[in-house]
Ligand binder design. Structure first.
Ligand code: C2E
Ligand code: MG
Ligand code: MG
Length: 640
């Protein structure tokens, strides 16, 4: 507070009042005198306050004893004033003070002692000390002896209880009254330590627990794991950790709010505690990450058994209580690692985390056991994620535009915008970096960039002859629909680039949309209301549930390349494409074929009734300028 340049604020105020500065001494004597006077007055005031404070509050037992002694000896007339003053100090002392005679009989108690011991001065005076402190331990006996002999006595860690109050921790100090001569007796001070003990306990609990879920925290877990590993070396029973991450926690937090998320976490913790033995440990080490330490396991299959039990425990729906009406569902992905010789707590947790990552990739709600090859996979992923993050920041992501044609008339309908990322070592396909972006949360930024480039390309197309009828399709990750406000983002992009909604198509894959169809449908409707068309991409791959077709306001289906590829050779694939076309048309949707690579494809797919198509036969994805040139050529009068 008071450094070399920074003076105390009181001093600075006095200087200012005296019209002085810290830089130079005063020029005239008068202002120097005034200044000193003021500083002096301040000190005096401060002394007085300190003195009163010290006397009234921090008066020591020893002083108290001698003060009381004086008080007792003071003659009525000469020392009346002092007596009053001493009485005030005695009454105001925060410690309980009990004045005892040589036989340990109570002569006087102050108000703090009355409060602490639940007695009144009236009832206490004349009582033996033992009647006040019903302490079965040696305390009372020791005290009586100290009283009798007029000796100092101290027990900083006593526990006392009285008739009216349950046991409480206290510091006791006895100081004999010296000036009373050889008669013994003195002052016992009692300092109630229960609040301090409570705070201490609370602090140590907080240092080792997660306050929300009341399970262990990360540092306590690391201690337990270290202990477990050390014991395993002695008892030969391996220790295993299960690293859990809730699969849809973020969605709950985002859609229902943090209060709902907190309730879910508490219930998850309760269920997990119920699924493990007392000797095992449960900790929450991050937002929705829990770790279970199995303290000694017979075999790997025993660990897997626990994983199954945990999965089953988490499965039933969670009722979060008012005001959350609908129950929510949560599952966890689990990574398992068993301590090897030489494992450290952090390496064991890291291995389990690698396995967890593999479990997530394998489709969530699964458990995976760590093996050493995972370390390399993760290292590669971490490196790639770093590169991707940097590429996004530098604006290194580009868009390619693949033309989409009408199957019957062969007219250019528009373009599908496809992201491109070329790293130093060459191009990295979207099938690699999009999932990475989804895992790392980068997808929101990347998605916004893709949307913006797509819409600005539509604006540019609109400036070409005939270009105002061309559409641009932008791929959207399911996470963009379930997290964040995509509808507002779309509206904003359309407005910024002055593009009508009808010129934008958003392509969604169904897998990510099915987690919460009702909520997703409402969000998609808000987008469709802007005139934007929604197309279901990769139809037939992933989970093909007809739910999407019923719930979502779709305008088109895109038949996945997987089926068009063999449409000429495989009876089965042809049947699937035919069924998709029939289904789409029955629902009033247009059907777009992907992967039209040959004239044969084109012919067959046209015959089968596909409305539009795209593929290498029509054209590969093009850079911005080439795509524009293609559109311009189409819009030129000869083509019109
Ligand atoms: P998609 O939306 O189904 O895109 C079609 C993919 O098929 C593109 O691959 C395209 O280059 C490729 N393709 C087009 N015609 C042919 C053909 O005749 N033969 C073959 N073999 N392939 C063809 P790409 O660009 O590698 O994109 C792969 C996937 O990555 C896309 O599948 C899409 O799901 C995703 N993706 C691409 N850009 C974005 C984006 O901006 N955001 C999101 N969320 N996903 C994107
Ligand atoms: Mg697509
Ligand atoms: Mg597709």
């Amino acid at each position: 507070m008071v450094g070399q340049d920074a003076h105390h604020w009181v001093l600075l105020r006095q200087l200012k009042r005296a019209g002085l500065s810290t830089h130079a001494p005063p020029a005239d004597e008068e202002s120097w005198r005034l200044f000193l006077e003021r500083v002096s007055a301040t000190y005096l005031e401060s002394d007085k306050q300190q003195y009163l404070h010290d006397r009234a509050v921090e008066v020591s037992t020893r002083e108290m004893a001698s003060l009381y002694d004086e008080l007792a000896q003071a003659s009525e007339s000469s020392l009346a004033l002092q007596r009053d003053w001493l009485q005030t100090v005695f009454d105001a002392a925060p410690s309980g003070l009990v004045v005892l005679d040589a036989a340990a009989t109570v002569i006087d108690v102050n108000p703090s002692a009355e409060r602490l011991l639940g007695i009144s001065e009236h009832s206490a005076n004349g009582q033996p000390l033992g009647a006040l402190l019903s302490d079965g331990s040696a305390t009372v006996v020791d005290l009586q002896r100290a009283c009798e002999l007029g000796r100092d006595w101290l027990d900083p860690d006593a526990e006392i209880w009285t008739e009216s109050r349950a046991a409480f921790p206290a510091a006791l100090q006895f100081v004999p009254l010296v000036t009373r001569g050889s008669t013994g007796g003195g002052v016992l001070s009692i300092l109630d330590l229960s609040e301090r003990k409570r705070v201490e306990q609370d602090l140590s609990w907080r240092a080792t627990h997660d306050v929300l879920t009341r399970v262990l925290n990360r540092s306590a877990l690391l201690d337990r794991v270290a202990l477990g590993i050390a014991r395993a070396e002695r008892d030969g029973n391996p220790r295993a950790v299960l690293f859990l991450d809730l699969d849809r926690f973020k969605a709950v937090n985002d859609t229902l709010g943090h209060a709902a998320g907190d309730r879910l976490l508490m219930q998850v913790a309760t269920r997990l505690s119920g699924a493990i033995r007392d000797v095992d440990a449960l900790a929450r080490i991050g937002g929705d990450e829990f770790v279970i330490l199995l303290d000694g396991v017979a075999s790997l299959s025993a660990v897997e058994l626990v994983a199954h039990r945990v999965t089953a425990a988490l499965a039933p729906p969670y009722v979060l209580g008012e005001p959350y009406e609908d129950p929510v569902h949560a599952s966890a992905s689990i990574g398992i690692a068993v301590a090897e010789s030489g494992s450290s707590p952090t390496s064991l947790l890291r291995d389990a985390d690698f396995a967890l990552y593999a479990a997530k990739r394998a489709g969530r709600d699964q458990h995976v056991i760590f093996d050493a090859s995972m370390r390399d996979e993760v290292a590669v992923r971490v490196r790639l994620e770093k590169l991707l993050r940097a590429a996004v920041s530098r604006g290194d992501l580009h868009m390619a535009f693949q033309p989409v044609f009408s199957m019957s008339g062969g007219a250019l309908l528009g373009f599908e915008a496809l992201l491109r990322w070329t790293d130093r070592d060459g191009p990295i396909p979207p099938s690699e970096f999009i999932p990475l972006a989804e895992d790392s949360g980068l997808i929101q930024r990347i998605g916004a960039i893709a949307l913006d480039i797509g819409v600005s390309f539509a604006a540019e197309l609109g400036r070409q002859p005939m270009g105002e009828s061309l559409t641009v399709s932008v791929n959207i990750s399911g996470l963009q629909v379930t997290h964040g406000d995509l509808a507002a983002q779309v509206a904003e992009a359309l407005e910024r680039h002055h593009v009508p909604g009808s010129r934008l198509i958003l392509e969604l894959t169904e897998t990510a949309l099915l987690s919460d169809p009702k909520a997703v449908a409402a969000r998609m409707q808000a987008i469709a209301d802007q005139g934007v068309e929604l197309a279901l991409d990769d139809f037939g791959t992933g989970f093909s549930s007809l739910t999407s077709l019923r719930e979502f306001p779709l305008a088109a289906l895109k038949v996945d390349r997987m089926f068009t590829r063999n449409v000429d050779s495989s009876e089965r694939d042809r049947a699937i494409v035919a069924a998709v076309v029939a289904l789409g048309h029955a629902l009033g949707l247009s059907v777009v074929a992907e992967g039209v690579e040959t004239a044969h494809h084109l012919h067959t797919l046209t015959e089968m009734g596909c409305d539009a198509g795209q593929g290498f036969y029509f054209g590969r994805p093009l850079v911005w300028e080439s795509a524009l040139a293609l559109a311009a050529a189409w819009g030129a009068p000869t083509n019109g």
